[in-house]
Design a protein around this ligand. Sequence first.
Ligand code: SF4
Ligand code: SF4
Length: 262
Amino acid sequence: MVRRDFLQGLLWFLSSILLSRNGVKRAMASTNGKTAADAAGSGESTIEGYDPSKHRYAMGIDIDKCIGCNRCVEACTTENDVPEEPFFTRTWVERYVIERDKSVHVETIGDGRAMPKEKIEEATILRSFFVPKLCNQCENPPCVQVCPVGATFSTDDGVVLIDSERCIGCGYCIQACPYGARYLHPKTRTADKCTFCYHRLVKEMLPACVEVCPTGARLFGDLKNRASRLVRFERSNRIHVLKPGLNTHPKVYYANLDGEVR
Ligand code: SF4
Ligand code: SF4
């Protein structure tokens, strides 16, 4: 009996791997109840006229422009029905404080007015700034590599999505993401994270966080469109990504990123 269960489990696991390798082309990506375009690998789409193979999406963040107002986080929470913060979030903003003795303090801000929990004397502060963070939509995503059932996959237009119908909530992807960008949704018990608002992209709309940012610190575009704002941003700034040594090849590009940011 035990042996038969083991063999059945093994067969199920191997078939899942095969499906994963096929890119889960027919999977429907559900973003918290909103059905996004078909998993894009097949070139098919539920949005008429949308061809994912013609796009490659990425986000730009200009650190010098972020004022830490947190509007991007609020917009994301509303748009994507994200469960109560601070435990669950698809995007967040960190405040970095660097002291004269080079000590670094980092706090995720709550309402845009929060100060670091530790009281830091103004006179000792060398510099402080805000860093918005989110899923980096990696070109080489560890989360996709570890998913045992192919529920996490990359689309042709460069977005990493989760098929919530297929996700078994094992949490491997949450552990594998080096950016802490995923969480287990408390209601669905499936993995969840930023999708670049994929349900909006396929309708040629901007991600909610980009749309509301009052200073233009967040911008978005299509790497395949040379006239895109993002391509101009990339050309005219010195671009950094988070944890470049990990070989994940993020598609969230930062300008004016301080060397202390991890
Ligand atoms: Fe996956 Fe994390 Fe990369 Fe997003 S940032 S694609 S969740 S590894
Ligand atoms: Fe920074 Fe823009 Fe987000 Fe405000 S909305 S915290 S300025 S990125």
